[in-house]
Design a protein around this ligand. Structure first.
Ligand code: TYD
Ligand code: MG
Length: 455
């Protein structure tokens, strides 16, 4: 018999501690340590014995077919394939993380159905829903013809047995937090279980050259193990995002051993499941042609594609001692920085005023290139003056108030031109190769001049 050992495992980052503490010293989150007992009973999952007795040389004359550059399996859902780097690599493991209810199961059922219709051997294993429920969902989405093998199962051993018996190209396990392994004496959903189950599935994926997609729920509280421990084990991490109340869902790659990580896939959730949005550039613009004060259009780049987004700001007198600063779809630290630059370099006063900044359509913007658009929206709201008509804005702002060039400025402007915009408020370096009029500024103070043209 092996000895059982009590340890405290952080449910967020997976770090183990010998003593309980209020805060995890690894990831600094509070109240996430939970006692778990490890034991490996006789007859439990045996560790794989190593088969490598000799190392292989890197240098070679020709590749033999086994080792060729990864051939990709195209599922047929283009927005998904692109984020994966042009299809799913056989033998790779992918984590799909997202808030509960965002649409992970819906997306993967659609992906597996399409992949199966395209001739891949596909299995969808759900630990959350019964087979009847999955069939009901498939009926609503109109994919009942797809030859996908379904199972409702949470036992890792049963799943491994089934996957060893039948050979699959693509397997979805929904979700990793519902699995349990009898080799681990810890609660279902705990970090030890999640880590052990993910480890076994990833190993099986490599061995059988099956692409394995693991679903992981992200929870704010440490109740269910954060999928962060799985992130280190898999080849790619995709996150599925969406704001409550908006139909748009964005698939974003945050780690990818086989492709670029900055690609996004855009979907729209409807009655019949998710619809692909192959040309998202005008999605996040809002309906109004006539822009009111506080609204600015940012010409952004998401992955390889230009996307135009409306940024809205509201500045209102505060009734509180400490004025509110709220952001949706942007970084609050970045807002604080822009406000500080506007106050100290441009002499504008936001003190005593509540400031709200919102990215329309539920998109989250990470690019510093949005600084100037956010600043212009804020100033427009403060002065209650709309920005010039048909303008798009981009540019990074430094702490000194300098407006700096950003990547792919020409592509941003060309997309704007296509969508009916006639000018840009941009850094001076954007003047080169500009397809239309550019109001170029090298400092934020000068950019305030953009408002005068409005009268
Ligand atoms: P789901 O895929 O179950 O989310 P997750 O697996 O990430 O927890 O999606 C749940 C939501 O999606 C639910 O609120 C209903 C909505 N939905 C639609 O709007 N249309 C549909 O066709 C489907 C299947 C779901
Ligand atoms: Mg689900």
């Amino acid at each position: 018999m092996s000895k059982a050992q009590a340890v405290f495992v952080c449910q967020s980052c997976g770090m183990t501690h010998t003593k309980w503490a209020g805060q995890c010293s690894g990831c600094l989150t509070w109240n996430t340590l939970v006692q778990e007992t490890f034991s490996t009973p006789p007859g439990g999952l045996k560790p794989e014995t190593s088969k490598i007795s000799r190392l292989t040389k890197l240098n070679f004359e020709t590749l033999d077919t086994q080792d060729e550059a990864p051939a990709r399996m195209v599922t047929g859902i283009e927005e998904f394939d692109r984020v994966c780097g042009g299809g799913v690599v056989p033998g790779s493991a992918i984590l799909l993380a997202g808030d509960p209810g965002v649409g992970k199961s819906t997306l993967l059922l659609q992906v597996t159905a399409r992949a199966a219709m395209n001739g891949l051997r596909v299995a969808y294993i759900s630990g959350e829903e019964a087979v009847e429920q999955i069939r009901g969902r498939a009926l609503r989405m109109g994919v009942t013809k797809a030859p996908v093998d379904l199972a409702a199962e949470t036992s890792l051993r049963t799943i491994l047995d089934a996957l060893k018996r039948d050979k699959y190209d693509l397997v979805v396990v929904d979700s990793i937090q519902t699995l349990w392994s009898d080799a681990i004496d810890a609660a279902q959903g705990s970090v030890s279980q999640v880590r052990a189950c993910a480890g076994e599935l990833v190993r099986l994926a490599k061995k059988t050259r099956t692409a394995m997609i693991l679903v992981g729920h992200v929870t704010k509280e440490g109740q269910i193990a954060g999928p962060r421990v799985v992130e280190h084990m898999v080849d790619a991490v995709l996150s599925f995002e969406g704001e409550r109340g908006y139909p748009f869902r964005i698939l974003r790659g945050s780690k990818n051993r086989f492709g670029a990580t900055d690609e996004i896939g855009v979907f729209e959730m409807g009655d019949g499941g998710l619809r692909e949005v192959p040309n998202p550039s005008a999605l996040f613009l809002g309906d109004n042609d006539e822009r009111s004060s506080g609204s600015a259009v940012f010409a952004g780049i998401e992955g390889s594609r230009p996307v135009l987004v409306e940024i809205q700001a509201l500045v209102a007198p505060s009734a509180l001692g400490t004025p509110r600063r709220a952001v949706v779809g942007w970084d609050s630290g970045r807002l604080a920085m822009i406000l500080a630059v506007l106050e100290s370099r441009c002499g504008l006063g936001f003190g005593g005023k509540d400031v709200y900044l919102n990215v329309a359509g539920g998109l989250k913007i990470n690019e510093p290139a949005a600084d100037l658009a956010a600043a212009m929206a804020l100033v427009s709201a403060l002065l209650d003056q709309p920005l010039p008509k048909a303008s798009v804005i981009f540019g990074e702002i430094s702490l000194s108030g300098e407006v700096r060039g950003v990547s792919r400025m020409e592509a941003r402007m060309k997309e704007a031109l296509k969508l009916g915009f006639s000018n840009a408020i941009a850094p001076s370096t954007a003047l080169e190769n500009a397809p239309f009029e550019v109001k170029a500024y090298s400092h934020l103070v000068n950019a305030m001049g953009a408002f005068d043209m409005n009268g």
